[in-house]
Design a protein around this ligand. Structure first.
Ligand code: ZN
Length: 418
């Protein structure tokens, strides 16, 4: 008999998304671990038991006086993991939207000193209090949409001290929001104006002055780089990521978003944790990503918000055996806090099946973020972070564009109960 504090019932379908460690590819990429007419037992904020309701009577003993909690014929799945965010920034770029509508690209706008560089100016000028308040509001928005864990990148300071300042805000934001946050160092988001034409010197600075402090103080789990023409070359990206790997950080890369530069191939060579965007990655490189176990992080809101013709190549990546994960890419360029919206675009634009999209937003996003052992699955011993949706099937969640959870439970307790 398993002892529990609370037993949740009234679950039409529950996705455990449980499985062995490592990212899911092939048939496992669509395996939700579905339990129909399910029950979920929680003890000390962790999952004690999960299975069909009829078995709970004989397998679970609930604390004296506690009656089962009726969830109301909902579908249940693990809290979403947002595998790619730039949540640490000041200001917004709403004024850019008309420029985008007039046909200007992200690269054009950045080259003219706008875009990313206007956010860099605003972020450098912002106080810690302002930055913390702005990021916390976004994190709370993410939580309302069902995100309980997220990767968070630096990258809008582009100085050593400024990037370290951003990373040092992350633990306090995690405490204040209750989200599990995974910090990533993205000092190489762009070449700062002070280093114009001297990208190699800037990479040297990051390697010599930033990475050792980040590794020593454990300020980030991963190092990321924006590998695109006008930003950093494959050689510069490789140099930075190799230095990070040597210090024990994981590697991530913004790869082949605008054009194919060899970013995906570099990710495979380095056995990076993830290669993100991949809109223009050559199909020939998919096999290398699959063989190296690199997770392809799909960010389908980015081409949508960039008014790009291309869609995230989700279907082709899954068919090639590459594990895929999902993220918002929350940034001033592609501002969504909602993994529900991302799930729908993953299906309607990137052509994942609803089941594949749900695995990509949970178990595989946790793997892409280095937290596969604690997030993305509902299995005994793991934190009881789960969502309820007022739908009749799990597949109905991505089908409903931008679906919002009915309730969000963290460590077995409800937030925002309705
Ligand atoms: Zn990004």
């Amino acid at each position: 008999m398993i002892r529990a504090d609370r037993l949740f019932v009234g679950i039409r379908e529950l996705a455990t998304v449980a499985g062995p460690p490592g990212p899911r590819a092939g048939p496992a990429a669509a395996d939700l671990g579905r339990v129909e007419d399910a029950a979920l037992a929680v003890a000390d904020g962790k999952i004690a038991w999960v299975g069909p309701r009829r078995r709970a009577r004989t397998e679970v003993r609930v604390a004296r006086g506690a009656s089962p909690v009726e969830l109301g014929e909902v579908c249940v799945l693990p809290g979403f993991v947002d595998a790619h965010t730039h949540v640490l920034f000041a200001g917004h770029r709403a004024a850019e939207l008309p420029l985008k509508l007039a046909g200007r690209s992200y690269g054009d706008i950045a080259a003219a000193g706008g875009g990313l560089f206007s956010t860099v100016r605003a972020t450098r000028a912002a106080t810690d209090v302002t930055l913390r308040r702005a990021a916390l509001a976004r994190l709370r928005g993410m939580l309302r949409g069902g995100t309980t864990s997220a990767e968070v990148k630096s990258g809008y300071a582009l100085t050593v001290a400024g990037e370290l300042r951003l990373l040092r805000l992350v633990p306090g934001l995690a405490r204040a929001s209750g989200l599990r946050l995974v910090p990533t160092f993205l000092g190489a988001h762009a070449v700062p104006p002070e280093f114009e034409g001297r990208a190699d010197a800037y990479i040297d600075l990051l390697i010599e002055s930033a990475l050792p402090i980040i590794a020593k103080e454990r300020l980030a789990r991963f190092c990321d780089v924006f590998c695109e023409p006008g930003f950093f070359t494959v050689a510069q990206s490789g140099r930075l990521l190799r230095a990070a790997l040597a210090l024990g950080l994981g590697a991530k890369i913004h790869a082949d978003e605008f054009v194919a530069t060899g970013g995906a191939r570099l990710a495979a060579t380095l056995h990076a944790r993830s290669a993100d965007h991949l809109l223009d990655a050559p199909r020939d490189d998919y096999a290398a990503l699959a063989a190296a176990g690199v997770v392809a992080v799909l960010l389908p809101i980015t081409p949508f918000a960039s008014l790009a013709a291309a869609a995230s190549p989700g279907r082709a990546l899954v068919d090639a055996g590459v594990p895929v994960a999902l993220g918002t890419d929350l940034s001033p360029n592609a501002w969504t806090e909602s993994m529900g919206i991302v799930l729908s675009h993953a299906v309607y634009d990137a052509r994942l099946t609803p089941a594949e999209a749900l695995v990509a937003a949970t178990a595989n996003a946790a793997e892409a973020s280095g937290i596969g052992d604690v997030a993305g699955q509902l299995a005994p011993g793991r934190p009881a972070d789960f969502l309820t949706f007022a739908t009749t099937s799990l597949e109905e969640i991505p089908y409903r564009v931008g679906a919002v959870p009915a309730e969000i439970y963290r460590q077995g307790k409800a937030d925002f109960s309705r």
